[in-house]
Design a protein around this ligand. Structure first.
Ligand SMILES: NC(=O)c1ccc[n+]([C@@H]2O[C@H](COP(=O)([O-])OP(=O)(O)OC[C@H]3O[C@@H](n4cnc5c(N)ncnc54)[C@H](O)[C@@H]3O)[C@@H](O)[C@H]2O)c1
Length: 331
């Protein structure tokens, strides 16, 4: 049994249920007293995970002091709030505690992946990313799920793999932290685009094309940034792309559907909540320019999200590009 503190009460509450069910001593921390109070009062995370009981033996707190004795600090915070949370948490952590990130995003503005951010803020703690195709609504109900733990420190990755071992969870090890993090962040861009396609009333043909060509451009950018190409055909690339582009659990896809139906991007994000693809698109657009990598789907999504582009004309723009071979664009 490990002492685990989970930071973040959305997907974090699902992982709290999972890890507590495995038999660990779990504390769920939130920055918001009202979120903790609501979970305590309702016995569930009604706003984000309705119908999944949160056992009373999961400790609930807003006090970061809980971190001082933990074996694992698991961060499950939207990427734009990760740095401030990590900075506040760092003084409480023992140097040998493993830190793990389950969020999927890249820091807006700095364009940094989360492993780089954690290395800057918590350099003494071994860092692991846990990612892969996983909806909170499913894993919290014991639906069979496969995940990946990746780290520069394979002992730490294997430790987190072991902590998550359950009859319905199979976790694989990976050494490509860069590829695993980028797969999780960049697929949200394609999920938003797939949602727009659905919202416009396009069909399975269009979505299959978006997913496949989307995976090509994500891979191109990932490889340019130092990731391994094969990582993108695994659980953290293709696997996560499938789960995000095809499910109504995906907030990225749901936001895309609204945009395709004519809702403004800002309003769609306001209605849906955390839409990591909105921020990842901004970041990926900048990274693609920096690395001189062609990302036509990302460019068109950027145009829609940040330049008032018309959703009704982007498919024409994408299809009007010069004819080419399917693989000639690979670097
Ligand atoms: N929801 C899922 O099924 C799922 C699955 C895999 C990965 N993720 C990733 O996990 C991350 C969190 O997603 P989520 O679904 O829990 O999002 P969410 O918006 O539902 O909840 C995030 C939680 O983060 C905390 N939070 C919000 N703002 C904060 C702030 N300013 N400071 C500190 N804490 C704050 C709150 O406790 C909140 O409940 C995202 O990167 C997401 O991509 C989510």
């Amino acid at each position: 049994m490990a002492k685990i503190v989970i930071l973040g009460g959305g997907f974090g509450s699902a992982l709290a249920v999972v890890l507590h069910g495995i038999g660990h001593d779990v504390t769920l921390w939130s920055a918001f007293a009202e979120e903790i109070e609501a979970i305590r009062r309702d016995g569930e995370q009604k706003a984000k995970l309705p119908g999944v009981p949160i056992p009373q033996s999961i400790h609930l707190t807003t006090d970061l002091q809980a971190l001082s004795e933990c074996d694992l600090a698991l961060f499950v915070i939207p990427s734009k709030f990760v740095r401030e949370t990590v900075q506040k948490a760092a003084p409480y952590l023992a140097p040998n505690a493993v830190v793990c990130n389950a969020g999927k995003g890249v820091e807006d503005g700095t364009l940094k992946r989360m492993s780089i951010l954690f290395a800057e803020e918590m350099p003494q703690n071994p860092y692991v990313v846990i990612t892969g195709p996983c909806h909170a609504e499913e894993i919290s109900r014991g639906i069979p799920t496969s995940l990946v733990t990746a780290s520069a420190n394979m002992d730490a990755a294997a430790y987190v793999q072991k902590l998550f071992a359950a009859p319905y969870i199979r976790t694989y090890l990976h050494d490509d932290v860069c590829g695993c993090e980028l797969g999780g962040a960049l697929k949200n861009i394609i999920a938003l685009s797939a949602g727009i396609s659905d919202g416009l009333g396009y069909g399975d043909n269009t979505k299959a094309a978006l997913m496949t060509r989307g995976l090509h451009e994500i891979t191109r950018l990932g490889v340019a940034l130092g990731a391994k190409r094969e990582t993108f055909s695994g659980l953290t690339g293709l696997g996560d792309l499938i789960v995000t582009c095809t499910s109504m659990h995906s907030r990225n896809r749901r936001a895309g559907i609204l945009i395709g139906q004519g809702v403004s991007p800002e309003e769609a994000v306001r209605q849906v909540g955390t839409v990591e693809g909105y921020h990842s698109c901004h970041t990926a657009y900048a990274l693609a320019k920096q690395e001189d990598v062609e990302m036509p789907i990302t460019e068109q999504l950027y145009h829609i999200l940040f330049e008032q582009g018309d959703v009704n004309v982007v498919s024409k723009t994408l299809f009007a590009r010069p004819q080419r071979s399917e693989y000639e664009s690979f670097p």
